[in-house]
Design a protein around this ligand. Structure first.
Ligand code: GLY
Ligand code: MN
Ligand code: MN
Length: 440
């Protein structure tokens, strides 16, 4: 088995998914698992469709992200069946005939219309667990998403197979190459829009293909956590650049953030370097048995210690955490599970039989509360920002003395800093999937 070749890793991946599907069926008392790929969605009162987003369960089984109206059928003890809709259509490019590493491992049936799938589905719809959106219904085959099956499959999805990791590494390399092109465009004085275009060109993916809208923020815009405006003209002076942008490969996401300063001798660059060093230290804590909630709280303390060192905070890191001042500077979670979705499912799952683990009090935006286990991939994305709205609340809440406002005024024109890598938890040392991609 070649650990970088998806074709040689796919049979083991498929065997894992079949075993998980068997267990999911046992838990919901059904005989067949059905996964529709999904239908196109149309804008209201219009014939224009939205970008198609395939059912994540479907792309878990098959590296297909653009095939609509198709079905994956799993029956324990049998080869998976794929009903593949390839319409006769001269208006659009139709999906190419089934090809690739997956074809020889499944029974493929090519049909021309969605309805032709019906006789190829198991005879008794009531014996099927059907995972998908309501709009994927075909005749009696109506997605019902049995909770015991979904709870199990979503929980298990956190554990990546070697095949999935190979695809995720390719997504990382694609995104890293594009990040480097974007940094070069920033240093050449490009506008946000131009940087975005440079990014997409280098990634060879357009805005509908990247796994989430690019965040390309110059100067103060870095303080808007999900800034997606893309100014067409460059600012008079580009002081700083926060870029949170990913790439997709076979439906798997990379999610990477970098922050750059135009002046390598600036205090802002020194702050970026300090956050970067702290982020790398946090990545080394992605270890089996570690409670991600604790990593999040530890990240607050590490970041507040940096702000104290730089004179932004006048109180200890512990005091800033206790009073909530730290949340004004670091107002989002440390990270999340990633894979088939950039914010992957089941970050709060208490077990594969349901239940949720709440985020810690005062940290409502943390998206991952599970204990880390080998095979999980999480992002580690600490940040510090100068956000007027949140700093006003610090003043209103009686904590103005905790902050050196002159320091804040000096750093506010730079917006903020976030550094984000995607990290694999193993049985030993964590593997940072992102950093080596920049070296390639
Ligand atoms: N790009 C969104 C996030 O980092 O979670
Ligand atoms: Mn992220
Ligand atoms: Mn991100």
């Amino acid at each position: 088995m070649n650990p970088t070749d998806p074709a040689s890793l796919y049979p083991q991946h498929l065997a894992t998914l079949c075993a998980r599907a068997d267990e999911a069926l046992a838990r919901c008392g059904r005989d067949h698992l059905l996964i529709p790929s999904g239908r196109r969605h149309y804008q209201v009162f219009d014939d224009r469709d939205y970008t198609f987003a395939v059912n994540p369960h479907f792309k878990h089984w098959l590296p297909l992200t653009t095939v609509t109206d198709s079905w994956l059928v799993h029956t324990p003890g049998q080869r998976p069946r794929v009903v593949y809709v390839q319409p006769h259509d001269y208006w659009h490019v139709v999906p190419e005939s089934p090809n690739g590493w997956w074809v020889e491992h499944v029974d493929v049936h090519v049909v021309r219309t969605p309805e032709q799938a019906l006789p190829l589905l198991p005879a008794v719809a009531a014996r099927c667990a059907i995972l998908g959106e309501a709009g994927s219904a075909l005749g009696d085959y109506v997605p019902d998403n049995p909770a015991p099956a979904l709870d199990y499959l979503h929980y298990q999805r956190a554990f990546k197979t070697p095949y999935e990791l190979a695809l995720m590494r390719t997504a990382q390399r694609r995104a890293a190459r594009a990040h480097q092109a974007a940094e070069a465009a920033f240093r050449a004085g490009a506008s946000e829009f131009e940087i975005h275009m440079a990014y997409c060109t280098a990634a060879r993916q357009d805005a509908t293909e990247v796994p989430y809208p690019n965040i390309i923020a110059l100067n103060e815009h870095g303080a808007v956590l999900h800034y997606t405006e893309l100014d067409r003209a460059p600012p008079p002076e580009s002081r700083s650049f926060l870029i949170d942008a990913g790439a997709s490969h076979c439906g798997y996401a990379a999610d990477i953030t970098r922050t750059h300063a135009s002046d390598p001798g600036s205090e802002f660059q020194a702050l970026v370097d300090a956050v970067d060093a702290a982020q790398q230290a946090m990545c080394t804590t992605v270890r089996a048995g570690a409670d991600y909630r604790q990593l999040h709280v530890d990240a607050h303390l590490a970041l507040m210690a940096i702000l104290r060192d730089f004179g932004v905070l006048r109180v200890s890191a512990e005091a800033a955490l206790a009073t909530g001042v730290s949340a004004a500077f670091f107002p989002h979670g440390l990270g999340h599970l990633i894979g088939l979705q950039v914010h992957d499912v089941a970050g709060f799952a208490a077990s594969d039989r349901g239940g949720t683990i709440a985020p810690p009090q005062g940290h409502p935006y943390l998206r991952m509360t599970r204990v880390l286990e080998p095979g999980m991939v999480v992002t580690i994305e600490p940040g510090v920002y100068f956000i007027d709205m949140l700093l006003d609340e610090v003043r209103k809440n009686g904590h103005a003395d905790s902050v050196d406002w002159d320091k804040v005024a000096a750093l506010r024109p730079y917006g903020g800093i976030r550094i984000e890598d995607d990290v694999l938890c193993t049985t030993g040392e964590p593997e940072n999937l992102t950093r080596p991609a920049f070296d390639d």
